[in-house]
Design a protein around this ligand. Structure first.
Ligand code: F0G
Length: 458
């Protein structure tokens, strides 16, 4: 008997109309946006796969929770509920709320890095690395080589290469390292998980070298799901148990609650180190807000608390990843080059193989994003040479091996028919790929340039 269909474990109670503006209007909008999808008006977008960040649909319980916001300046009851949820799910006793993930990254980097120290990471995330560098830290990529190869089907491409860590210690000494920054389900690698076995090994290594692991646990839910599905010995564990197990290897974590935690804004830092917590509490009041709100409204903290429990319900996580894989498999079966294995939060088009006639310095992924929008009104995000930025020392572009277009799937928002529209647009573009031309950058901000850079067609 063929496998039976499993539907989403929820139904739709409220809808938000969207529309596809005509092709000529899309071409005009893209020109006005300087071929940067970040500069489009969302009203001109039909299906918005720019990001899964802050774009989730909240549940009826979360919406009801908003009405329970305690907007007291100090000691809001919603803070204590958030603190309890983070303790329950992540297992860290101390919690500092922040306005979003980068607020927690800022505080962590400022407290934990002395200028000149190294911060090894499994690949990089744009804001995380920016904050490390602002604190005088030096990012070192210690992810396994497979992560840089979009065709490698390694099941845990987020893993750390211990040989790279050993090399760093041998050359520079363990004292030159501030901490290990480990991302769960590595965003820039295509939403690729770490295995528990790797985590265990890295943790043992870190202990030997007296170094702390601080997670970027922004997408730990999807990572835990992949461990459950792929790693021997975890099939009978719940996603929630696996999350706790993973986090047990860290001294703390920073989280953008805008992803896993099913809310539109928020973040936090959590730790088991009382000293780190004290310093973070002192610093949060300067940059975010009092330590019981950290830049959030009471109602926001209530929604995060509820989302933190909802996010690790097994049926929900399975349906979330299944939708991402539905889109990925349609593209893969149609011959479109994508990053494999298909990731947890999105499908990543491999722009190098999609547009082999374009060199990396004419921004193939940026050009492909623009073409996708003009074709169908679908908005995606460049994750290639524009996102990588320039080398601090030489001022030259960094040329990452991965030149990707990220089709990021918001949680609980779109149906699989929307995914079909996206797939058909990508397939049509792939068919006419030789007509897609490169771009030249005509405006470039100094920091995180991908957000605001502008381009012209060659
Ligand atoms: N870490 C990771 C892995 C992220 O993906 C993000 C945000 C952050 C930290 C920063 O969190 O946005 O709340 O300040 N990623 C978004 C994205 C922007 O589209 O991937 P934030």
């Amino acid at each position: 008997m063929p496998e039976r269909t499993i539907a989403e474990p929820y139904k739709i109670k409220m809808v938000e109309p969207i529309r596809q503006i005509p092709q000529r209007a899309r071409a005009r909008a893209m020109l006005e946006a300087g071929f940067n999808t970040f500069l489009l008006r969302s009203e001109d977008v039909y299906i918005d796969l720019l990001t899964d960040s802050g774009t989730s649909a909240m549940s009826d319980r979360q919406w009801a929770g908003l009405m329970l916001g305690d907007e007291s300046y100090a000691g809001s009851r919603n803070f204590y509920k958030l603190e309890k949820a983070v303790q329950d799910v992540y297992g860290f006793p101390f919690v500092v709320p922040t306005h979003q993930g980068r607020g927690a990254e800022h505080i962590t980097s400022q407290i934990r890095i002395r200028p000149g120290q190294f911060v090894p990471m499994n690949m990089y995330f744009t804001t995380t690395r920016e904050h490390v560098e602002r604190a005088g830290g030096v990012f070192v990529d210690v992810i396994i080589d497979e992560a840089h190869d979009p065709t490698s089907e390694h099941p845990f491409k987020g893993n750390v290469d211990l040989a790279k860590l050993n090399k760093l210690v041998k050359e520079r000494g363990a004292g030159s390292i501030a901490y290990l920054s480990l991302a769960t389900c590595v965003n820039m690698a295509g939403g690729q998980p770490m295995s528990m076995a790797n985590l265990r090994a890295v943790s043992a290594w870190a202990k030997r070298n007296k170094l702390a692991i601080i997670f970027d646990a922004t997408r730990v839910v999807e990572n835990a799901y992949f461990i459950q599905q792929r790693e021997k010995g975890y099939a009978d564990h719940t996603v929630r148990e696996i999350i706790k197990g993973m986090m047990s290897y860290g001294e703390g974590c920073t989280v953008s609650a805008k992803k896993d935690n099913l809310v539109n804004i928020g973040g936090f830092l959590a730790t088991r180190s009382e000293g780190f917590f004290q310093k973070a509490r002192e610093m949060v009041v300067v940059f975010e807000g009092l330590h019981t709100y950290g830049g959030l409204a009471g109602r926001d903290m209530e929604a995060i608390a509820l989302g933190t429990y909802e996010m690790c319900e097994d049926e929900y996580v399975a349906s979330r990843v299944r939708q991402v894989h539905y889109l990925g498999n349609r593209l893969r079966n149609g011959g479109v080059p994508i990053v494999l294995p298909i990731g947890g939060h999105g499908v990543f088009l491999d722009a190098r193989r999609f547009l082999p006639h374009l060199e990396q310095d004419v921004f193939p992924a940026q050009a492909l994003c623009a073409a996708l929008y003009v074709d169908s009104g679908v908005r995606a995000m460049e994750r290639g040479v524009v996102s990588a930025g320039r080398d601090q020392a030489t001022g030259k572009h960094k040329y990452p091996k991965l030149e990707l277009v990220r089709l990021t799937i918001p949680r609980r928002v779109y149906t699989n028919l929307h995914m079909d529209v996206v797939a058909e647009s990508c397939l049509a573009l792939y068919e006419g790929r030789s007509r897609i031309r490169g771009l030249r950058m005509v405006y470039e901000p100094e920091h995180l340039r991908f957000f605001q850079a502008r381009f012209k067609k060659l």
